[in-house]
Design a protein around this ligand. Structure first.
Ligand SMILES: [Cu+2]
Length: 141
């Protein structure tokens, strides 16, 4: 390759890389009282979610209610938190101290590939309400 062609090729590569980054979006979920708003967010693979206003809250994903093989994320109490989702499916999370009051939410990444697995779980109480809302959103996709 000539030097010009190499320069052109690397310029194109840089363009492709920055285009890919430009499509990854960050979505904000805000803690309002004892609720996460919005409670269900639908995002693309590679997007991130930032939880804000986390004065007395955290994010704890629940075993059996995330895609198979996905990391069970647990954020530090009272700290804003950002997580990038690289694996598609439905993620159900709770606020550890406030799940009794129903505080939690769901992130649906790409296709809800684990919808049947989540439906098969026997969940009640606050987590049950979040799961039912997530299933409703996933089925409407
Ligand atoms: Cu909370």
């Amino acid at each position: 390759m000539t030097k010009l062609k190499l320069t052109l090729a690397s310029t194109m590569m840089a363009g492709l890389l920055s285009t890919a980054n430009a499509f990854a979006a960050d979505h904000t979920v805000s803690a309002q009282g004892l609720k996460y708003m919005p409670m269900v967010v639908e995002i693309a693979v590679g997007d991130s979610v930032s939880w804000t206003n986390m004065s007395t809250h955290n994010v704890e994903m629940i075993e059996g209610l995330v895609p198979e093989g996905a990391e069970l994320v647990k954020s530090a109490m009272s700290e804003d938190f950002t997580h990038t989702f690289d694996k598609e499916g439905i993620y159900i999370y709770k606020c550890t101290p406030h799940i009794g009051a129903g505080m939690g939410g769901a992130v649906i990444v790409g296709n809800p590939v684990n919808l049947d697995a989540i439906k098969a779980q026997d969940v009640s109480g606050g987590v049950g309400r979040i799961v039912r809302k997530a299933i409703k959103s996933a089925e409407a996709m």
